[in-house]
Design a protein. Structure first.
Length: 166
């Protein structure tokens, strides 16, 4: 039941990301809400579940918004794994840890996405990508942590996303 709810949450975040967040663009950059949910889930549940739901969320993004199937899936799978690795080593209730995890995982995942674009022959100037896409997206994702993590953590602890269900 929890897996279905998490997939629905990823779909809902993708819907919000592709509609409402277009209105909240700052300098052409918007946050990656699906990535944030993948980071939170990996951080709280570990590398295996983080990787799995990262891959699932990335495929959802690829099928609905992407040009290349698997591009987002690989990137988000990597992000879920990294967040799970960090979550297994640090205190999960610390907002500072979640802030830094969200920033560095978002930053690294965006860099991996950029490298995959280069691998596919799509060239974007490295400085332009870093300063106008990668860093602003990581910062924007990090700024949303206090608004989303508390609700996700409570739900994962004793709500719908708890292992027991309700």
């Amino acid at each position: 039941m929890r897996s279905i709810i998490l997939i629905l949450l990823l779909g809902f975040m993708l819907l919000i990301q592709s509609t409402v967040m277009d209105l909240l663009c700052i300098a052409g950059v918007k946050p990656d809400l699906v990535m944030l949910i993948v980071i939170f889930n990996g951080f709280l549940r570990g590398t295996k579940e983080g990787s799995f739901f990262g891959f699932a969320g990335g495929l959802l993004v690829d099928f609905l918004m992407g040009n290349f199937i698997g591009h987002h899936a690989l990137t988000m799978m990597f992000a879920g794994y990294m967040a799970g690795w960090v979550g297994s080593r640090f205190y999960k209730e610390s907002l500072g840890t979640v802030f830094s995890t969200a920033f560095f995982v978002s930053l690294t995942a965006q860099l991996v996405y950029y490298l995959l674009l280069l691998f596919l022959g799509i060239y974007i100037s490295p400085l332009h990508a870093l300063f106008y896409i990668i860093l602003p997206t990581a910062i924007y994702n990090t700024l949303l942590v206090p608004f989303l993590y508390g609700a996700f953590y409570r739900s994962a602890s004793r709500g719908l996303l708890n292992e027991k269900g309700f």
